[in-house]
Design a binder for this molecule. Structure first.
Ligand SMILES: [Fe+2]
Ligand SMILES: [Fe+2]
Length: 483
């Protein structure tokens, strides 16, 4: 049974230019929470805590505006090391990422050993698990540094791609640096660590411990790690705000997202343009596609196919824009699926399918929070629905699937079958279309499939694709990858 979230209320607006960048980015930060194994709203709460600390230390407005985005986007690189982490720990990397936030890695002892025993190779046989543990013990520091490096470089690049300043990118890049120089990836020390990163690390830890163990424990952990992990002056500032009873206020409010929107300094508010929306959609498509080599370029591939189908069907420019953005973001809920499932070499079991089938629900939950994206969220949510009602997660049938939803479903299946993957070459166009035509009229919309065939057969890229045939691949294997 899929739980439907509370209704989301927005103020009345008439045009895109009245929507702030912060409203889109704060909503999309919920997707980053999924990859980190955190409850939805983690990044938003970290932003709220960080902005309170910024006010306490008297940070100037222009810097507060930058800090705001550094806090929301702190985990932008999180998906890029998921596959690598999964191969290192040989277990659920989302769970491992969640628990690492409460583990003190700088002290080799019970806490870090308990973490390793609790996560490394959990799903494998005992010998395999011991081998995985030995690998982690031998290469622990090298691997940790590599993982953080991948993550922070990628996160900083995504921030740049979204048009944020170098200072925002630097704050994201240095998220895992620690005050005593024991952090990663550059072992920066003290005030050499960008202030935005110092605030983000402290607030991230405060948020996680506040949620799991309460206010007193959260501040206790901050005090204990002051001078090691955290800037002592920032810990004192957090305690001062807490003493006034203002630090934790409203963190669990149902209006969290709207409250966070209101925290962006008014004087420096950025407003959305059509181009900026496209940049943000493209950046988050990269976040999704970076999660696994199995899904490399899938979101952009779906967007391109959906646009071609829409144009062939004569849809309006506005509808085609909707299709492109929905294609880029349709699988954003897949950040919730661990790589143990995404990269499983064999068939998925029933429990794993249950997890997979939840991803369009999460896509909907995230995208519906963005003002002006209500329709897009519905289209994206339906990308695995089928005309015969046998899709997921809502089991809608043809009576409830509109044209954009049908186009997106066809584009999604097309890209899953046609794109090159690490384990196989691209399937021939004729094979792909043959498979899709079998489903036309029952599961997939026949008109959309024929529009795809017509569009693809006339493009150079598809000409190349059709020429790149060669390796015979079992059709069932390819079809099984249509998540
Ligand atoms: Fe999907
Ligand atoms: Fe997809």
């Amino acid at each position: 049974m899929v739980r439907v979230g509370p209704p989301i209320r927005y103020t009345r607006r008439t045009a895109l230019e009245h929507v702030k960048v912060s409203e889109m980015v704060a909503a999309l930060s919920y997707a980053l929470d999924l990859t980190e194994g955190q409850p939805l709203g983690h990044s938003a709460r970290v932003c709220m805590l960080g902005m309170r600390l910024a006010a306490e230390i008297g940070m100037p407005v222009r810097e507060r505006a930058e800090l705001y985005y550094a806090l929301l986007m702190k985990d932008a690189g999180c998906s890029s090391n998921a596959s690598r982490l999964f191969h290192i720990v040989a277990a659920d990397e989302i769970r491992a990422k969640r628990d690492v936030k409460t583990t003190d890695w700088t002290r080799v002892g019970f806490e870090s050993m308990e973490y390793a025993l609790g996560h490394v190779g959990r799903s494998g046989p005992v010998l395999g698990r011991l081998a995985a543990l030995a690998r982690v013990a031998a290469k622990g520091k090298t691997d940790a540094c590599e993982l953080v490096k991948i993550r922070c470089e990628r996160g900083a690049n995504i921030a740049r791609r979204m048009g944020f300043s170098e200072r925002v990118a630097a704050g994201i890049h240095a998220l895992d640096e620690q005050w005593n120089g024991a952090g990663y990836p550059d072992h920066l020390e003290g005030e050499a660590i960008p202030l935005y990163a110092r605030i983000a690390l402290l607030c991230q830890t405060l948020e996680v411990f506040w949620r799991e163990a309460g206010e007193i424990r959260a501040l206790e952990v901050a005090r204990k790690r002051a001078g090691r992990w955290f800037d002592p002056a920032l810990v004192r500032a957090a305690e001062s705000v807490a003493v006034r009873g203002e630090l934790w206020e409203g963190l669990d409010a149902s209006t969290l997202l709207a409250d966070v929107w209101a925290l962006e300094p008014e004087e420096t508010s950025l407003f959305l343009t059509e181009a900026r929306v496209d940049e943000i959609c493209g950046a988050f498509a990269d976040v999704v596609d970076a999660k696994s080599p199995f899904t490399y370029r899938h979101s952009t591939g779906v967007a391109e196919a959906a646009v071609r189908i829409g144009e062939t069907l004569g849809m309006t420019p506005a509808e085609v824009t909707l299709l492109r953005r929905a294609g880029l973001l349709h699988d954003i809920g897949k950040l919730h699926v661990p790589n143990t499932i995404l990269e499983k070499p064999g068939k998925l079991d029933a429990a794993e399918w249950t997890v997979v089938k939840r991803h369009p629900y999460y896509s909907w939950q995230i995208l519906r929070r963005i003002p002006k994206f209500q329709r897009l969220s519905e289209v994206a949510a339906c990308h695995h629905e089928r005309l015969d009602g046998r899709g997921y997660f809502r089991s809608y049938d043809e009576t409830r699937l509109d044209l954009p939803s049908r186009v997106l479903a066809v584009a999604d299946v097309y890209d899953a079958l046609a794109a090159k993957r690490p384990y196989r070459e691209a399937l021939p166009l004729e094979t792909v279309l043959g498979m899709m035509r079998k489903d036309a009229g029952q599961a997939l919309d026949g008109e959309c499939v024929e529009a795809l065939a017509s569009a693809m057969s006339t493009t150079a890229s598809l000409g190349n694709l059709a020429m790149a045939l060669g390796q015979s691949v079992a059709v069932e294997c390819a079809a099984a990858m249509v998540y």
